[in-house]
Design a protein around this ligand. Structure first.
Ligand code: HEM
Length: 412
């Protein structure tokens, strides 16, 4: 029997792991019936997740909807332009878009952002500390985990400060599952994003700045990105780059506050331990719960009885693969020592994906976390959780996962 799944369910959003563990019992990939009336194959095994992500028979190009695009009107037009980004392409087209974007994400360029990230972190933390002087409880998502990645991605895109809150609202809305918001709100957000990025690109073409996006917007190369491709690229960088990193920072803070011995070890041991905390958070609380959707071009046998028919929708559940007990013993435990350097180190997690679409911003995300987390707990060593972690609200849906609020206070 096909298992039913409602991704908008609040209890599932808070703790989807028992569901995934039960699904894995059926096999490393199993078919589920989604609440929107469609069915999909969810891949929960680690080895199968990597196999699918490296296999060209699983296409990233979204399936045409029955009866045409199914979308009409300005919001649909905006959405279809913004969604034509590299994560939705395969083969040569993907390689071209990725190569052009890669110039902005070389190790040298990313590492050069380190000092700026440290300064931005200190500004955010000064605001957080000031707030804690006046208010007993503050939200670590609103006052730390959200502003920092938005500041960093805005630096990359060259987005003025006054516009950053709008970008957050629009991105949140377009990433919400069908049914979680009024349809009008989602449509309006697609149009707002389209309008905003159209203006931003015109500005960058007219007056390039120091930001990495200006580098992508230069049109002195015959192969350069055209306006529609740049629009989609801006959207992808925002969409892929900020909420994921926000969730990484929020989940790492939550886990460390709940594991004071791990926090103490990281503060004592310094950099390599913070790197291990970051890797273990990525595994344990994967900020991207599932990859983007894939579609099989033909029947694929994944082994262990999992035969995925042609034309199936497939979701690689990174959060589940990263808790596969065959690869990560005691998978539900938060144990940064798994990723400590040296012998016995765990296999790499798949939180950044695998194969040709592996995350382009992984180095940046790791840099942000390993700069921001030690600074947070150095500035506020007496920070404590001010809520029961089991009652925190989580964002619904199968794509991104992290606490939506994280109330904290200072120890008295
Ligand atoms: C903790 C933070 C992050 C996580 C967990 C994460 C995770 C991922 C994953 C799993 C994929 C592959 C998705 C798929 O195969 O369907 C991906 C792709 C991508 N990510 Fe990230 N990401 C993070 C941060 C960032 C940042 C900071 C940026 C850039 C500013 C970024 C840019 C991208 C881009 C451009 C792609 C598409 C690559 C392609 O299609 O070739 N990501 N990310």
């Amino acid at each position: 029997m096909t298992t039913a799944l409602n991704p908008a369910d609040a209890a599932f959003a808070r703790d989807p792991y028992p569901f995934y563990a039960a699904l894995r019992e059926q096999g490393p990939a199993a078919e589920v019936a989604l609440s929107n009336g469609t069915t999909a194959w969810l891949v929960t095994g680690y080895r199968q997740a990597r196999a699918v992500l490296a296999d060209p028979r699983f296409s990233n190009v979204p399936a045409p909807r029955a009866g045409g695009s199914g979308r009409v009107g300005p919001a649909a037009g905006a959405r279809s332009v913004l969604e034509r980004h590299m994560l939705n392409t395969d083969g040569a087209e993907h390689r071209r878009l990725r190569r052009l974007a890669s110039v902005a994400f070389t190790p040298r360029r990313v590492d050069a952002l380190g000092e700026r990230i440290a300064r931005l972190t200190d500004t955010v933390l000064a605001g957080l500390a000031a707030r804690l002087e006046n208010e007993e409880v503050v939200d670590l998502v609103d006052d730390f985990a959200f502003p920092l990645p938005v500041l960093v991605i805005s630096e990359i895109l060259g987005v003025p400060e006054a516009d950053r809150l709008d970008l957050r609202t629009w991105t949140y809305r377009v990433g919400s599952p069908v049914g979680a918001l009024a349809p009008g709100e989602i449509d309006e957000a697609w149009q707002s994003l389209h309008r905003y990025f159209t203006g931003l690109i015109a500005d960058k073409r007219r007056q390039p700045g120091e930001d990495l996006f200006s580098l992508l917007a230069r049109d002195d190369d015959a192969e350069a990105l055209d306006d529609a491709e740049l629009l989609a690229m801006a959207f992808l960088l925002l969409f892929a780059g900020y909420e994921t990193t926000m969730n990484l920072l929020a989940s790492a803070s939550l886990l460390l506050l709940g594991h004071p011995e791990e926090l103490a070890a990281a503060r004592r041991e310094g950099e390599p331990r913070w790197a291990a905390v970051t890797e273990e958070t990525l595994r344990h609380a994967s900020p991207l719960e599932g990859t983007t959707w894939r579609r099989t071009s033909e029947e694929v046998d994944l082994g262990s009885g999992a035969v995925v028919p042609a034309e199936s929708s497939v979701l690689v559940v990174l959060a589940a693969a990263n808790r596969d007990p065959e690869v990560f013993p005691d998978p539900d435990a938060f144990r940064p020592d798994r990723f400590a350097p040296g012998e016995g180190r765990a296999l790499p997690h798949v939180a950044f994906g695998h194969g040709p679409h592996i995350c382009l911003g992984a180095r940046l995300a790791r840099l942000e976390a390993t700069i921001a987390l030690p600074r947070l707990f150095d500035a506020l060593p007496d920070l404590r959780l001010a809520a029961d972690p089991d009652t925190l609200p989580y964002r619904p849906g199968l794509l991104v996962r992290g606490p939506r609020t994280l109330p904290v206070r200072r120890a008295r």
